[in-house]
Write a protein that binds this ligand. Sequence first.
Ligand code: AMP
Ligand code: MN
Ligand code: MN
Ligand code: MN
Length: 292
Amino acid sequence: MQPSPDLHTHSTASDGTLSPSELVARAQAAGVRVLALTDHDTTDGLAEAQEAAAQRGVIFIPGVELSVTWGEMTIHVLGLRIDPANPELQLGLGRLLAFRAWRAEEIGRRLAQQGIQGAYEGARALAQGRLVGRTHFARFLVRLGRAPDVQAVFRQFLTRGKPGHVPGEWASLEEAVGWVRAAGGDAVIAHPGRYALTARQFARLFGEFRELGGRGIEVVSGSHDRDTLLRMAQQSRLYGFFASVGSDYHGPERPYLELGQLPHLPAGCRPIWQDWPELQGLSPGRATHSLP
Ligand code: AMP
Ligand code: MN
Ligand code: MN
Ligand code: MN
């Protein structure tokens, strides 16, 4: 059995469109044997996903994707194999969720100034009582006919310099890594290829992250092309990071990679799951991906 890990996915607990149990069912159907749910700044979906995974024989890894302010940038740090009951982690998440709640209202006010009424209520309705992210606003504006697709809404309204953009402070890198470690997890830099950083800035980010106790970076990601994947494989070896693999799946609607379609880790990468007891039953030759 090929374990085919996917260690970065979203559910309706944040900005995914499948419920945690629907996500697990779809992952299993796609041949994913090891699945992490990593919703933005919340662990609310983990219990349901864990239960669904147990029923379906999928190895479940509890995770979270933390929003981090690093310098002027927002970056994302995954916590993998976390204990969601950890009070330090939950205190940190509480702060991020409070900022999210305020930010959502503020995005609504700013869009209203642009003549777009009811966006906050619309985004909230799409979030169905869970946290409200920019993706919910984007989906609502697409429904309003303000833009052809979610990406276009981000470009026109929600990114820096655009009318619906709200600046603010997420967790520091130190806090995020600290919360993940307090919860017994492995901290991993998500989709590094998406950050617009110079080589020097990448060196600073990776250096600081390693210093703080960060363990890995995503090498294989739904948002990495082949070149980026190979570049990040090289970076992981250079810094002695473990390599992670995740689709960043948000649901079937979006133009993202479907579950079960990730390329293999290149040779020479140490998989982040190398020492995870859950995966020790699997023979190392199989838990480790082969050459691309
Ligand atoms: P938030 O954490 O609420 O600020 O929203 C970040 C999320 O928005 C990311 O995890 C993506 O799911 C989505 N996102 C960010 N940028 C884009 C983009 N340019 N196009 C589509 N989705 C995006
Ligand atoms: Mn997202
Ligand atoms: Mn992300
Ligand atoms: Mn993500």
